[in-house]
Design a protein around this ligand. Structure first.
Ligand code: ATP
Ligand code: MG
Length: 253
């Protein structure tokens, strides 16, 4: 099926092609991801798993920010770890920790930066950044100092910065962490309308209902992949069972 064609089971079109083949990653000889393989063209991809299961590492590999030890990742046929220029338009990542993302002192500078990287002039980028702030109802944040924002507000700045770049694939690592209920609801509505592919990493299975492709990671390996209800039900069942155990020595391993 071609990109842009209507998926038979969904009102959404098909998205970018994400292919992981026997992906392995480790640090100092310790395996973090082991033989992770899956392929999807779904517009809404969810990744669930316990703390330390390798989700954020997988996000960095998908974005091409780190290279696998063996195996490979292709987004629309591109190896983004090698082709950083293509990566700028192809993929965006919202880091779990905003402090890993923020470089500039003010909100406007932060949101403009990626746009200049994509080739806009300073003035064009500033206009587009202001338009993004307006879309999120945060025009009044433009000149604000990021250091003076709360953690949840910083998270939102990072999301606006990455959303402004309108990547074909948007990776969100715990996008709702630390956000209050109105902001979360606002963001959720925004994400529902996002025209590109979303790869949403979360602990909370409730955030992923309606997602077409779910991947459950545990100890760096894929436990299950499939349509949302079957994977989420199995994941929630296993997590509840673990949580009912009194022995907490296994806490995130
Ligand atoms: N640069 C690194 N050096 C050493 N170990 C690392 C590094 N990055 C990740 N790890 C280890 O890899 C494992 C997976 O980490 P990762 O951050 O990908 O998990 P996660 O699923 O995102 O966890 P969480 O749900 O807590 O965010 C952890 O045990 C972590 O300590
Ligand atoms: Mg993580």
């Amino acid at each position: 099926m071609q990109q842009g064609q209507i998926h038979p089971n969904s009102s959404l079109t098909l998205g970018s092609e994400i292919v992981l083949s026997e992906l392995c990653y480790g640090v100092d000889g310790r395996d973090i991801l082991k033989n992770v393989s899956f392929r999807t063209e779904d517009m809404r991809v969810g990744i669930v798993g316990r703390n330390g299961s390798g989700k954020s590492t997988l996000a960095r590999l998908l974005a091409g920010l780190i290279s696998p030890v063996s195996g490979n990742v292709r987004i629309n046929g591109n190896d983004l770890a090698k082709d950083r220029k293509t990566a700028l338009n192809e993929i965006g990542i919202l880091f779990q920790n905003p402090d890993h993302q923020i470089i500039f002192p003010t909100v406007l500078e932060e949101v403009s930066f990626g746009l200049t990287q994509q080739g806009m002039s300073g003035e064009q980028a500033e206009d587009a950044a202001r338009a993004t702030l307006e879309r999120f109802g945060k025009s009044h944040w433009a000149e604000a100092s990021i250091a003076g924002l709360s953690q949840g507000q910083k998270h939102l700045v990072c999301l606006m910065a990455v959303a402004a770049m309108a990547p074909r694939v948007l990776i969100l690592d715990e996008p709702f962490a630390g956000l209050d209920i109105p902001t979360k609801l606002q963001l959720r509505r925004y994400l529902e309308q996002y025209s590109g592919t979303l790869v949403h990493i979360t602990h909370d299975p409730d955030d992923l209902h309606g997602y077409q492709c779910l991947v459950w990671l545990d100890k760096g390996m894929v436990v299950q992949k499939g349509a949302d209800t079957e994977v989420l039900d199995a994941y929630v069942g296993a997590m509840k069972q673990l949580g009912e155990q009194d022995d907490i020595s296994d806490l995130s391993d």
